[in-house]
Design a protein around this ligand. Structure first.
Ligand code: ADP
Ligand code: NI
Length: 215
């Protein structure tokens, strides 16, 4: 496919996803997708990854997400509808099906550099100041408590136990967000994660100080 055709496919996908995610109140709104797309394209440049695959996978990465749309197969349908070449469609699908975090003890390897780039970009948007904001938005959307001192974090060893977890939002930092820095798959992603990780550590220090009435 020529580059004109690819630009068209990206534009149509952007319009579709922008509409589809516009009203999400769980931290997975269009602006999350937009940031992940931009982060992923930046990492793709540095890692010399295929920009078309990366941009399409970033735009589509939450469409079939288990938290938002369980048992959905919309990515495949969309790629078919736009007549994306079979090998490219399979590569994009491989990324969107494997990108998600599945628990502290569950590895989520990505087999291609394009997959690593999209996963790192999605995870960068899960940490730092934006990550903190998104996490409490998600917790609120699921009626979760902000914090409960009696419920300690759990290192989930299976995807099923991670999926069933109903704990308060502070636990999510220990069960996922603070683990992401050391799971970044690209050099540039890891370097960006360092500062965002510190932002979360500082936030948690302040949170517990205030909880204990210390400042
Ligand atoms: P992933 O698929 O890797 O989890 P997403 O793009 O779906 O990535 O975004 C995940 C984000 O949703 C988390 O980083 C967090 O902000 C929010 N989230 C998911 N699960 C929880 C939870 N149990 N408690 C609080 N926030 C959550
Ligand atoms: Ni995402």
């Amino acid at each position: 496919m020529n580059s004109h055709g690819k630009a068209q496919i990206i534009k149509q996908t952007e319009d579709f996803i922008q509409q589809r995610f516009a009203g999400d109140g769980s931290g997975h709104d269009w602006w999350h997708i937009h940031r992940v797309r931009n982060l992923a394209l930046e990492l793709a440049k540095r890692e010399q990854a295929d920009a078309f695959i990366v941009e399409m996978a970033a735009l589509l990465h939450d469409l079939d997400d288990w938290k938002l749309n369980p048992d959905s197969n919309q990515v495949e349908k969309w790629l078919r509808k736009l007549s994306v070449a079979e090998n490219e469609a399979n590569h994009i699908l491989d990324i969107t099906r494997n990108v998600s975090f599945k628990g502290a003890g569950v590895p989520t390897p990505m087999s291609t550099i394009e997959g690593k780039v999209v996963q790192d970009a999605d995870r960068l948007d899960a940490i730092g100041a934006i990550g903190i904001a998104r996490t409490f938005a998600f917790g609120g959307s699921r009626d979760r408590l902000i914090y409960h001192p009696d419920a300690t974090p759990e290192m989930h060893q299976s995807f099923e136990s991670y999926q069933q977890n109903q704990s308060h939002t502070i636990n999510h930092f220990y069960e996922k967000l603070l683990l992401l820095k050391d799971r970044m798959q690209t050099r540039a992603g890891y370097e960006m994660a360092l500062h965002r990780h510190t932002v979360m550590e500082n936030f948690l220090d302040e949170f517990f100080n205030e909880w204990d009435g210390k400042n």
